[in-house]
Design a binder for this molecule. Structure first.
Ligand SMILES: *[C@@H]1O[C@H](CO)[C@@H](O)[C@H](O)[C@H]1NC(C)=O
Ligand SMILES: *[C@@H]1O[C@H](CO)[C@@H](O)[C@H](O)[C@H]1NC(C)=O
Ligand SMILES: *[C@@H]1O[C@H](CO)[C@@H](O)[C@H](O)[C@H]1NC(C)=O
Ligand SMILES: *[C@@H]1O[C@H](CO)[C@@H](O)[C@H](O)[C@H]1NC(C)=O
Length: 771
């Protein structure tokens, strides 16, 4: 018994060191930091339980995004996703609220209202706050879900509320977050968090997530007067977590006319179900990029709302394959009277033991720090560092607050606004790890001339003064200047059509003329951060503010624009460059996996049913106007030798190779001019345009619909007017009949032929005489 207590104690002492983390880089993740000059954050419990390394996170800085704009969210996660080493779910959510705030001091918001201004912590703006006080009161007093697997963690005695979980057995408070809600998703009681996306190794759960998300489904709770909760929170009041107990609830207990509970359903958030798809691959023991050196990213289209003070939240849920954590319940918990004996989880079958006793005898028990004997006949022990509070563990990060703002009136609703931001903080790669060095996000931004780009960034003046960087110690500053012109060969990802190439990634000098298609005032604002700064020492931007906003500008003329930050781009140790690729035609992308999805473009729509792909593909659709298509074809010295005339734009779908499962297809719908004759869809490959093949399509109402297994270049061609051909044919037949008839006639009547000939000669003579 004593041993069990010690074990329980040790296991929660050891929760703090972290091994696998998640960090937001764009937008900036706080990791509970505010404005610390120290490398470590000051308070790990300020707003939420991250379980991340104390060095992670950025200092406070706020941005705003236009409603409906596209934001590239970037993060690093340390224990792999989309790989075999861990089951992984990444749950992305947001919330907005009038009282949501970053706060002005590093202390945790109090639980004791007496410590807040006017006894009102919700309104005491010096404290950072996400979830509100009422939420904390209800959740911290609610009985915990007794069905949950808590392994051999000590959750007995007083530890009976939703603030106590397997991962947080001692019930430690972080901000007003509820530990049970944090650890479990989808959560079963109301929460202010709205779901954006779930990325998982196991998409077979996607339908469940979509159906159960609080976006679409209300949550039940036991409604008890908040004043009763507040006045009795230290008197053993437990809020029931089910209807039966709620209906029977009365406080004080056994009183006749005490306060009652009402079992109520809070409405759903009334939003579409979240996106659910495969996680991208990332490797273990590495807080870095995912596949192909690209950051782990998710493109979020902001909701069409106006809201002040929103935050984003990521949870990174990892579990092992040692037991099935989704089906293991409280029945497998260790005996509360003998926690040291370990859980009842059946790992004996998994590891090939005949019985649980045989497995236990060799140390194959799911419990804290088991000691195993791997050879039956050798009495040699090997200790396994297992912490049951962390086998199945959730990490978290949240951003600083941001606003969602109405789109400017002069930007059409149909135009895409892309956010272009800066990530990273002052310091070299070691000094700011696990945060990252400066970079533009997205580094490669591909837009069309119809699109808008919202350029904006923020930083801090209070980074660690020892961190390496240019300009005044401790400060972040950025600018954006076009790079020196250089002839750039056609290459990967570069738009190589009409338009100019601006700069080159391999050089480090900015362009020295304003001879580009961007207006001079925009170029000077981006370079010197004006207006907003009148004079001061600006060669390293020291006298500018940390925040810069250019607003949303229309994309410049087509071309590839390379740019850099003159202050931070220091080849000795760091590169801060980006590129804006502007195409004179619509470009749209969507990441679609086993769960299917749609990619909508201006004149086309690609629909992928469930289980057509067996992995995540980044689909991309470009809609080339006819001139662009013919230019591309002739640049490869090829011709379009099918049909006679165009009946559509060129629809180019990437990847161009076969991407479906062998017996599956996806559907493409594109606008065609079906008033033309014999419209047919043809396909080729834009790498070489070697051959055009006919694609069977259903064509009606100005649309062609066809099913294919691969991307490529699709275009509709029509044939010459059939009426004309028929007319011509009839005309030639009539002509032949006349000629043949004439020959036959004149053979039979040669004298008539003579008459005609002599008449012609007469005419000739008379004409001549006239001359
Ligand atoms: C994490 O995974 C466990 C199963 O291992 C599940 O019970 C829990 O709800 C998940 N939590 C989150 C936040 O995804
Ligand atoms: C996200 O958006 C960026 C910038 O527009 C694009 O380069 C990238 O391919 C997109 N990625 C996904 C997975 O959609
Ligand atoms: C560029 O970076 C190097 C390496 O950190 C540093 O020593 C040097 O001072 C930097 N250059 C300037 C002008 O700050
Ligand atoms: C500026 O651009 C024009 C048109 O592209 C070009 O003819 C001219 O040479 C450029 N001038 C300089 C200084 O680069």
């Amino acid at each position: 018994m004593l041993k069990a207590v010690v074990f329980g104690f040790l296991s929660f002492v050891f929760i703090q060191p972290s091994s696998a983390d998640i960090y937001f880089h764009n937008p900036r993740g706080s990791n509970n930091r505010l404005d610390e000059t120290s490398r470590d954050r000051n308070n790990a419990n300020r707003l939420f339980d991250s379980q991340n390394n104390a060095r992670g996170g950025y200092n406070v800085g706020n941005l705003f995004y236009y409603a409906g704009s596209k934001l590239q969210i970037e993060w690093t996660n340390q224990h792999s996703c989309g790989a075999q080493n861990a089951n992984c779910e990444i749950v992305l959510q947001y919330m907005c609220g009038d009282n949501v705030r970053d706060g002005a001091i590093r202390n945790t918001i109090p639980e004791n209202l007496i410590q807040c201004l006017d006894y009102n912590c919700d309104n005491d703006i010096k404290f950072g706050m996400h979830e509100g006080y009422a939420y904390w009161l209800q959740n911290s007093l609610r009985e915990r879900n007794r069905g949950l697997f808590t392994a051999d963690q000590n959750l007995n005695g007083g530890r009976k509320r939703a603030r106590n979980t397997r991962q947080n057995p001692n019930g430690k408070r972080r901000g007003y977050e509820c530990a049970e809600e944090r650890d479990y998703y989808p959560y079963w009681h109301p929460s202010p968090w709205k779901d954006i996306a779930v990325m998982t190794n196991d998409v077979s759960r996607c339908d469940y997530y979509k159906a159960e998300s609080e976006n679409v489904k209300g949550r039940w709770y036991c409604d008890i007067d908040l004043t009763v909760l507040e006045l009795n929170k230290r008197k053993g009041l437990v809020v029931p977590n089910n209807k039966e107990d709620c209906d029977a609830f009365v406080w004080p207990r056994r009183s006749v006319d005490g306060a009652k509970g009402v079992w109520k359903q809070a409405p759903s958030h009334g939003l579409p179900a979240p996106v659910c798809q495969e996680t991208e691959y990332s490797r273990d023991n590495h807080n870095g990029n995912g596949l192909h050196g690209t950051p782990n990213l998710f493109n979020w289209t902001l909701p069409n709302i106006e809201a002040e003070r929103c935050v984003l939240r990521f949870r990174y849920n990892i579990s092992t394959n040692d037991y099935d954590s989704w089906t293991t319940t409280a029945e497998q918990n260790a005996d509360p009277g003998n926690l040291g004996a370990g859980t009842k989880v059946n790992i004996n079958e998994k590891y090939g033991f005949a019985t649980k006793e045989a497995a236990d005898a060799r140390g194959y028990t799911f419990k804290n720090d088991p000691i195993v004997k791997i050879f039956p006949d050798l009495d040699i022990d090997l200790a396994l560092p297992i912490n049951t509070a962390q086998y199945g563990r959730t990490f978290q990060d949240r951003t600083f607050t941001f606003d969602i703002v109405k789109r400017p009136a002069d930007i059409p609703d149909t135009a895409t606004i892309h956010n272009l931001n800066v990530r990273g903080k002052r310091g070299n790669i070691v000094e700011n790890y696990p945060a990252v060095e400066y970079d533009f996000v997205p580094t490669d931004l591909h837009v069309s001339t119809e699109d808008y780009v919202h350029i904006q960034w923020t930083g801090s003046n209070t980074n660690n003064n020892g961190n390496d960087g240019q300009g005044r110690a401790g400060t972040d500053r950025n600018n954006l200047v076009l790079m020196r012109n250089q002839v750039y060969p056609e290459g990967n990802g570069i738009y190589n059509g009409p338009g100019k190439e601006f700069g080159h990634f391999g050089v480090n000098y900015p362009q020295h003329t304003s001879n580009s298609t961007l207006p001079l005032d925009i170029l000077t604002q981006l370079a010197f951060l004006q207006p907003g700064q009148y004079g001061g020492e600006m060669s390293e931007l020291d006298d500018a503010g940390t925040y810069f906003n250019l607003g949303a500008i229309k994309a410049p003329a087509s071309g590839t624009y390379h740019y850099m930050c003159t202050r931070n781009n220091n080849f000795s140790n760091r590169d801060q460059k980006g590129r804006l690729i502007v195409s004179p035609f619509p470009v749209n992308e969507a990441s679609i996996g086993q769960m299917g999805g749609t990619l909508l473009s201006k004149k086309s729509k690609i629909s992928v049913e469930k289980r057509v792909f067996d992995l995540l593909h980044l689909l991309r659709a470009e809609e080339w106007p006819v001139e662009e298509g013919t230019r591309q074809i002739s640049s490869k010295e090829k011709e379009l030798n099918v049909g006679d005339e165009f009946a559509s734009d060129f629809l180019v779908i990437y990847p161009q190779e076969k991407i479906t499962k062998p017996d599956k297809t996806f559907t493409v719908q594109m606008e065609v001019d079906d008033s033309k004759n014999e419209v047919q869809i043809y396909r080729s490959n834009s790498d070489n345009f070697a051959a055009w093949t006919k694609v069977p399509a259903e064509i009606k109402d100005g649309k062609a619909v066809f099913s294919v297994q691969e991307g490529g270049v699709y275009v509709a061609r029509s044939n010459r007017n059939v009426g004309l051909i028929v007319g011509l044919t009839i005309f030639s037949i009539v002509l032949v009949i006349i000629i043949v008839g004439a020959i036959v006639y004149f053979r039979k009547h040669p004298q008539k032929w003579q008459t005609i000939i002599s008449n012609i000669h007469k005419t000739e003579r008379s004409m001549k005489s006239k001359v």
